[in-house]
Design a protein around this ligand. Sequence first.
Ligand code: URA
Length: 186
Amino acid sequence: MDNMDALREQCFSCQSCPLAATRTKVVFGVGPVPSDIVFVGEGPGQQEDLSGEPFVGAAGKLLDDMLSIIDLGRHNCYICNIVKCRPPQNRDPKPEEQDACIGYLYEQLKLLQPKIVVCLGRIAAMRLIRPDFRITREHGQWTQKDGSWYSAIYHPSALLRDTAKRPDAFSDLLLLRKKARELGCL
Ligand code: URA
């Protein structure tokens, strides 16, 4: 058992916030350890809660398509969320739920040693980049933090709801590929 396995086991029995009571499965994260590129969403939806895998529902299918545009797939990046248990009715995770869970993500990032962290949407960006991050203005911008490069792109669910955002998302993905190539991740 490696350290990520041990952390996963610990997370599976977590009771640190009320989401534990309503979850079906903990959605810890998937991908190789270490990973040069990590994607962080906000929290599991219904399909993820049932399967235990991040991004397997409609948004996940779109995420897979987005990754494939830039030569990425589930085999060569890590995918996880800010909170590991589903918020009921897919509401945003509350600050106190994020606080209770964020330690797992910090431990994951320590073990993954990513060169690039991509926040999927506003919630992850506000938590990992800056509390006042504005996704509409700042998507696709890069900032260096704790030895990794951070950026945020539109959440795939937002791209399903509002297709007008897709051209921006496409440009952001091309910038991501450029950064990944520069850093030797691709
Ligand atoms: N949305 C997220 O933010 N994460 C998932 O795992 C699925 C949908």
